[in-house]
Structure formats: C-alpha cells, structure tokens
Design a protein around this ligand. Structure first.
Ligand SMILES: C[S@@+](CC[C@H](N)C(=O)[O-])C[C@H]1O[C@@H](n2cnc3c(N)ncnc32)[C@H](O)[C@@H]1O
Length: 368
C-alpha cells in the first residue's frame, strides 16, 4: 500500500521540480530514499538507457522518464514503482536479470561488495557495445577501494574518478575486451563437507556465518514443508533436507544472486526432495501453508541498520505457518527480536545459550 505524501521526504531538483520520495514503500524507517550519489548520477544522465542498482527509485525519479532498471533485489521493485507513482511518473520496466542490450549509456549505483561490482561489470560488458559509456557512483564511504581498477579491468578505460562532495563518481568507456563471468564460489560446510555455492556478494561466501551455525545446532523438529526465508546460499534448507528425507523445501530470497546460489547449492547436493525457489520481497504473493520456517534475518540494508525487514519476515511467517507450525530465528541478542515475534506468535521461547546469538522458536501463529 502506498503511504501518504506526508510520510515522504522532498528532494528539490535543479530544474525546479520537487520529488516526493519514500524509502521502503511497504514500511517506513524514516531514512531518506536518496543520497548525494543519486544527485551526481542524475547530473550525468546524457540520455541514459539503463539504470543499474537504483535501490529506492530516487535516480529514475530524478531522470523523470521511464528508463529501464536492472535490479536484482526484489524489494526494490516496490520502492521504485511506489516512488514513480507518487510523483506521477510513467513506470519503468524493471528486471531481475540484465536485459539484453545494446545499452549505450549506463548509470550505475556502485555496490558495496567488490565481488558484486565485478559481477555487474562483467554482465554489462557483454551488453554494452564498444564506445558505450558507464557513469558509476556511490557514497565514498561505501565504494570499494578497488572500484576504479575493477571498472578499468572489466569494462574499459576510466577517464574520471573523483569525489563529488560525499559521493564518488567514476566515468568509463567500454572497450573491446570481454571479461569472463565471475563464477560461483564453491566451498565445503565444515563437519558435514556439504558443497555450498555462493554467487558474488551473497551472504557468508566462503566461510560459515556463526549465526547460521548456531541456528543449525538448535533446529526445531522438521516435517512437512520447510521454508528457508532469506535463504542466501540455501544452507539452512539444505540442512533441513539432509536431516529429514521426507520434507519439501522452499527457498525464498529478495536477491536474485542468492536464489542462483541456493539453486546451485541444492543441485550440488544430489538430494531429490521436492524443492521450489522464489525470488520475492519477503513472501509477497506466496500463500501456501508451511510447517517450519527457518530464518536468519538481515539486520541492515543500504548501509543502515534496520529491524524492519526482520519484522516483516516474522509477520509473513505467521501468516503462512500451520496452526502447529514453528518459526526458528537466529539473531544477535541485542536486537530484541523476542518482542517483535511476540506480536505475531503466542509462544516465543529462547532455546540457545550462545553469548552473542539467540535462537528463538515461535509457535502459535496469530493471523491478522
Ligand atoms: C543474514 S542473511 C542469511 C542467509 C542464509 N539464510 C544464511 O543463514 O546463511 C539474510 C538474507 O536475507 C535476504 N533478504 C534481505 N532482504 C530481504 C527481503 N526483503 N526479502 C527476502 N529476503 C531478504 C538477503 O538477501 C540475505 O540472503
């Protein structure tokens, strides 16, 4: 649902327009939907024909026309459309995979992870013809240190790489070289030696996350349909299947690269349980009942700490769990997720004694 204009922040434009923007079309965390890097990129528009990584839709709104957007993050689709509607702009086509080119003028928000930057640049190199241009920007504190070198190596010569206030802008022209796509990283889960595959920039690529491990030591009884919510590389759903040959497994993540990873992890396992993969913002559009939800929720987004996504995950889990179902969550103790879970479940129990992480089992879903 769109929020009232009074919940938005106003972003005045050099041409006299004022944009009304909301960060998070499905919730409000009070943060602004744009930053200086969006402003710098908008100034370098030069008839851009593709936007990459426009998380909240501020950039496309600043351009004021329905430029196609490539965003691998399903949650951003609602934000982009919400902000375009709010400003009476025509909606952009948005896709989770890079649309076929040729794209001659690309504007890109630089991702924080160097691996993800490499992934995007190699994909772009295949769709931007020689002589095409890239304007890439991010907030200086979040731009990977090697960003200029990565652009030079994977896209083409850089002719501008400087700070603009708090933002950093890199301008480059595509050359003829064709870089190899970045492969998924394959590693072995300790103790069990399960192969795990991570696409670039997907959570815990190469070593196990201590939170995930803690949850794996305190899994609830597994039966029926097990949902791995915010699956990343899919190791929670994989473990559920290894421990019970009768479960079905559903993997959901808003990041397309995570879905690719979970699918690759599953394929490498040789397991034959019924399995489904969904690229979704939380559980949007998914309504089939499930018996168990496993969740290691994110606690930051776009550089800012937030519990808003976890809160939406808990509400969504309560809405799909059967009456006897259970949600198992792991989180840093200080986040206080027991209180958030208590809003949607009758019974919330801590089941671990780890000094840093708490595992909570929530039962008795209350439907709204
Ligand atoms: C802390 S990681 C956990 C990954 C994996 N379950 C594990 O334990 O290794 C959180 C995951 O939630 C996903 N995520 C973030 N926002 C989401 C959203 N709005 N909807 C669905 N998944 C989301 C992230 O892409 C990430 O893969």
């Amino acid at each position: 649902m769109l929020r009232a204009v009074s919940d938005t922040h106003d972003w005045p434009q050099a041409d006299g327009r004022t944009l009304h923007l909301l960060r998070g079309a499905r919730r409000s965390d009070g943060l602004r939907a744009w930053d200086a890097a969006d402003g710098v990129l908008a100034e370098h528009d030069e008839d851009a024909d593709l936007l990459v990584g426009d998380r909240w839709g501020a950039l496309v709104c600043a351009l004021g026309r329905p430029v196609p957007v490539w965003s691998d993050h399903a949650a951003s689709w609602y934000d982009i459309r919400g902000n375009q509607d709010r400003n009476d702009h025509t909606r952009s086509p948005i896709s989770a995979e890079l649309p076929d080119g040729p794209h001659k003028r690309v504007l890109m928000r630089i991702p924080r992870a160097t691996e993800r930057l490499d992934d995007w640049l190699t994909a772009l190199a295949a769709q931007v013809p020689e002589g095409g241009t890239l304007a890439a920007a991010g907030m200086a504190q979040h731009v990977p240190r090697q960003a200029r070198q990565r652009v030079e190596a994977l896209f083409g010569p850089v002719h501008h790489s400087r700070g603009h206030g708090k933002a950093r802008l890199i301008l480059a022209t595509r050359d003829h070289r064709t870089p190899e796509p970045v492969p998924l990283r394959r590693w072995l889960w300790p103790e069990t030696e399960w192969p795990v595959l991570n696409a670039p920039g997907v959570f815990s690529g190469g070593s196990p996350d201590p939170g995930t491990r803690t949850l794996l030591s305190h899994l609830p009884p597994l039966r029926g349909t097990v949902l791995d919510l915010g699956c990343g590389n899919g190791v929670l759903g994989l473990a559920a299947a290894h421990r019970n040959e009768d479960v079905d497994v559903v993997f959901v993540d808003s990041d397309m690269a995570a879905i690719r990873s979970a699918r690759a992890t599953w394929d490498a396992s040789g397991l034959t349980h019924p399995v489904q993969f969904f690229h979704r913002d939380v559980l949007s559009g998914l309504k089939d009942p499930v018996d168990v939800v496993l969740c290691n929720p994110p606690f930051h987004e776009g550089g800012a700490q937030t519990s808003a996504i976890a809160a939406r995950m808990f509400a969504a889990a309560a809405s799909v769990l059967t009456d006897n179902g259970v949600l198992a969550v792991v989180a840093n103790r200080h986040l206080g997720h027991d209180v958030r879970l208590g809003r949607h479940f009758d019974d919330v129990q801590p089941v671990s004694r780890h000094p840093r992480f708490v595992v909570l089992h929530a039962r008795g879903p209350r439907r709204r």
